[in-house]
Design a protein around this ligand. Structure first.
Ligand SMILES: *Cc1c(COP(=O)(O)O)cnc(C)c1O
Length: 465
């Protein structure tokens, strides 16, 4: 309830803050005695801003004459009748107009797969960046975000980019991967991993995963190596770190580059070392459903200064850093904006808390669903610290699609695992092996993993299993 209330003497900005914390797109405006004075929605705020009002203006300047509310002595059916597609929440007041509760349509409770948590300083920093007028790709938030993110990963350098896919493409390009080279990728991953390789014109080689971890199988990597192999792109899938000891040993033995795809595993560790810090470059995504987000965004982390400097030039049109408008290479525009970095910097400030909350959600699932016999949760092992991106399970009774359909029908946004890359016609010709991966892909399911998943939500999911 606290996250739905705002005093009439506060500013519109405070209303926005409360709205983000509450996550319900609505705020009840009250006076000092907790009496209901108004109801403001995200749509109301947008209209006020478009009409030229400032976020610093007092809420009491904008008291609507009419808004919907219910009295505590009204009949339940009458209160429910006030709810509809447009009015999803109605405040309930006592005789003195003091707010005591609210009504919400249960059928509107929708469980998204991974709603971002923006309840920290995100809005404050974003507005600060906006007001500074440094809204393009120069500004203090870019520098701070890069500095703090490399610190978080335990690497020396970081380069912020516009998304996770170009992070991979930039890394491969900087390392000189080109036509005629072979790059080993796992069969079970999001397609961006293989697409980034294809955009360099190199040839991807798709290998199988480990049955227990769902990550790339080091033995298969070694089998797939040829004279043309130049690099390996291990993917820390669904928050699970790959076996980086074995992968780095192979890379050393055959003199290969390693580009870690960490898009789903911010903060995960292998042997107490953060993912992204093992290979030549670690690549992250900050898409809205990832562990932390900037809306769209990505980051490359590394320890090698030469790679770092080359990457900054290539990110910025291949323009010399010392001689303006002098181009030494054919570069890209892969820059992140200061606005995105402002959000990312606020997310990073509380990443430990975000990781903990996601883990708590996973433990809730593990506890409530522990007696569902055909369900197998992602494995946790001593040598690696898995993080929770999406709660991931295998449905071992061949009925994955059946349960998925039922959950989706009730607006519970569960997801099937990625398809095996090698099973898709456009990638089939690059397939080396995918035995385990075919099986895991067919059995795998992700449950909604937002911060506001409650026990009751998981109990509801349990009923469908
Ligand atoms: C999300 C994701 C990417 C791509 O990130 P974008 O920011 O969406 O471009 C790459 N690899 C994996 C494994 C991902 O999950």
């Amino acid at each position: 309830m606290e996250n739905l209330l705002c005093n009439e003497n506060e500013s519109l900005f405070s209303v926005l803050e409360v709205m983000h914390k509450g996550g319900k797109k609505i705020v009840f405006i009250v006076d000092d005695d907790n009496r209901l004075k108004n109801v403001l929605t995200d749509g109301d705020i947008r209209e006020l801003l478009i009409a030229g009002h400032k976020l610093s203006e007092k809420v009491s300047n904008f008291l609507k004459k009419k808004f919907v509310y219910a009295r505590e002595d009204e009949k339940q059916s009458k209160i429910i009748a006030k709810l509809n597609e447009k009015i999803k929440i109605v405040p309930i007041v006592d005789k003195k107009m003091r707010i005591i509760d609210y009504a919400q349509l249960d059928k509107d409770v929708h469980m998204p797969i991974a709603a971002p948590n923006l309840a920290g300083k995100e809005l404050t920093y974003l507005i600060d960046a906006f007001l500074s007028t440094w809204i393009s790709s120069t500004g203090k938030y870019i520098e701070n975000f890069e500095k703090e993110f490399s610190k978080f990963c335990g690497t020396k350098y970081a380069v912020a980019v516009s998304n996770g896919t170009v992070a991979l493409h930039l890394a491969l390009t900087v390392l000189g991967i080109k036509e005629g080279d072979e790059v080993i990728v796992p069969d079970l991953t999001f397609a961006a991993t293989i697409n980034a390789v294809l955009h360099t014109k190199a040839t991807p080689v798709i290998v199988d995963i480990e049955k227990d971890y769902w990550t790339i199988n080091p033995e298969e990597i070694e089998k797939a190596i040829t004279a043309k192999t130049k690099a390996i792109v291990p993917v820390h899938l669904y928050g699970q770190p790959c076996n980086m000891k074995q992968i780095m040993d192979i890379a050393k033995k055959y003199n290969l580059f390693v580009i870690e795809d960490c898009a789903e595993a911010h903060g995960a560790e292998f042997n107490n070392k953060k993912v992204g810090s093992f290979g030549n470059v670690g690549c992250f995504s900050f898409f809205a459903n990832k562990i932390i987000t900037t809306g769209e965004g990505g980051m490359c982390v590394m320890n090698n200064k030469t790679i770092y400097e080359k990457m900054r030039v290539l990110r910025d049109h291949g323009m010399s850093k010392t001689k303006k408008y002098w181009h030494t290479q054919i570069g890209f525009n892969y820059r992140m904006t200061n606005l995105q970095a402002a959000i990312g910097y606020a997310q990073l400030e509380r990443i430990e808390q975000i990781l903990k909350t996601r883990q708590d959600v996973e433990y809730k699932y593990r506890d409530i669903l522990k007696n569902v016999k055909f369900l197998e949760f992602q494995k946790m092992q001593m040598d690696r610290k898995k993080v929770t991106w999406l709660v991931s399970v295998l449905i071992k009774n061949k009925k994955r699609n059946f349960y998925l359909k039922k959950l989706l029908a009730d607006k519970i946004d569960a997801r099937p695992f990625f398809y095996s890359l090698g099973s898709m016609p456009i990638y089939k010709k690059y397939l080396f092996s995918n035995k385990n991966s075919l099986q895991i892909s067919k059995q795998g399911l992700n449950f909604p993993t937002g911060i506001d998943i409650k026990e009751a939500d998981i109990q509801k999911i349990k009923k469908y299993l």
